[in-house]
Design a binder for this molecule. Structure first.
Ligand code: SF4
Length: 344
């Protein structure tokens, strides 16, 4: 059997690790420092641990960082990294998006996805496995640009709230003093509205929430996102309305604009109605066509008009710039399906 990995373990778990090995309790905090704050990748480099402690650790554990095996760079500076996972021959993608003084990393939470959204390449790939907290943290920890990172969004491959335990643990490590000590205000978790997961996330984290809305109408949303059959958006919004987000925590809604489908005046009106009472913003996203889809993106003029109408009605609305289109790193385009096929 392979060794367990240390990366991705919370301080509580590390405390248990050192206890099981008969090491002093304070060793757990020292290991966390090496894992999350320092620039090393081997247990042997944990130089403030005794030789005995390092030897005991190495017998059962690996450090756990994994370097990216491929990087592609877009003309706009966006980079897409490919990382191997613990699932045999399965890979994930991570997008690094530099933008003036804001450098965002879009991390994956699953290999593929089981949610089947009509407009998404990852959805077309299907589900191949959950990522562990260590595999989520590794996307940040092994990123060559990690020192420049200002923001992290859980918007890569997978539905984060379909993998709640590992996502929550990764958020704890990112935001704790013992871990990477990032402000939760710099982290956004995106969901299509998996209600049980969303409630757990809201209760156990202070990070921002983004909900993929895409249509305010039941029938239309069902066609775009099968999740609407299980967790209707009206139920998702009820929970958000009743939740106290406080002054600093944000909720936003993602809205991909599809030509002739969800970009009309009725949609503006219905959006205003269903979002009434929620302090939020809407991010409009251009649709990036994927193979074999009946969908088409709204034109720029329509998107601008839609934005203006929502802003006039008092909902802060922005248009998200498309990034990394030429390397398939833009929203909805991440997929490692071809790699999975090649390995089969
Ligand atoms: Fe999964 Fe998100 Fe793609 Fe839907 S949009 S299929 S939830 S990755």
């Amino acid at each position: 059997m392979g060794k367990e990995i240390l990366l991705g373990k919370s301080l509580n778990e590390l405390t248990q690790v050192v206890k099981d090995l008969g090491l002093p309790k304070f060793t757990a905090k020292q290991i966390a420092d090496w894992l999350y704050k320092k620039d090393v990748t081997e247990i042997d480099q944990m130089t403030n641990l005794s030789l005995k402690a390092r030897t005991a650790l190495k017998e059962k554990y690996d450090f756990g960082t994994t370097a990216s095996t491929k990087v592609q760079e877009s003309v706009d500076g966006t980079k897409k990294y490919l990382y191997p996972t613990n699932h045999e021959n399965k890979f994930i993608e991570t997008a690094y998006i530099p933008d003036n003084d804001r450098n965002t990393l879009c991390v994956s939470s699953q290999v593929g996805c089981k949610m089947g959204c009509l407009f998404c390449m990852t959805g077309k790939q299907g589900f191949q496995g959950q990522l562990s907290s260590g595999e989520i943290i590794n996307q940040i920890r092994s990123l060559p640009e990690r020192e420049n990172l200002t923001n992290i969004v859980y918007m890569g491959m997978g539905e984060p709230l379909d993998n709640v335990p590992e996502v929550l643990k990764s958020l704890e490590i990112l935001t704790s003093d013992y871990g990477m000590a990032m402000s939760p205000r710099r982290i956004t978790v995106s969901t299509i509205g998996i209600i049980p997961g969303m409630v757990e996330f809201l209760d156990n984290s202070e990070c921002h929430l983004a909900v993929s809305l895409h249509s305010p109408f039941d029938d239309e949303r069902k066609k775009l996102m099968p999740v609407q059959n299980v967790y209707p958006i009206k139920d998702v919004l009820k929970i958000i309305k009743d939740f106290d987000f406080g002054r600093q925590r944000r909720v936003s809604f993602e809205y991909i604009m599809f030509k002739g489908i969800n970009d009309t005046a009725q949609h503006v009106k219905e959006l205003c109605r269903i979002l009434d009472g929620i302090k939020c913003r809407i991010n409009l996203i251009r649709f990036h066509p994927i193979p074999n889809t009946p969908l088409d993106g709204s034109d720029d003029q329509t998107i601008e008009y839609f934005k203006d109408q929502l802003n006039k009605k008092g909902i802060t609305t922005t248009i998200r710039r498309s990034r990394g289109l030429d390397i398939f790193a833009a929203c909805g385009l991440l997929s490692t399906k071809e790699l999975v096929k090649q390995q089969e």
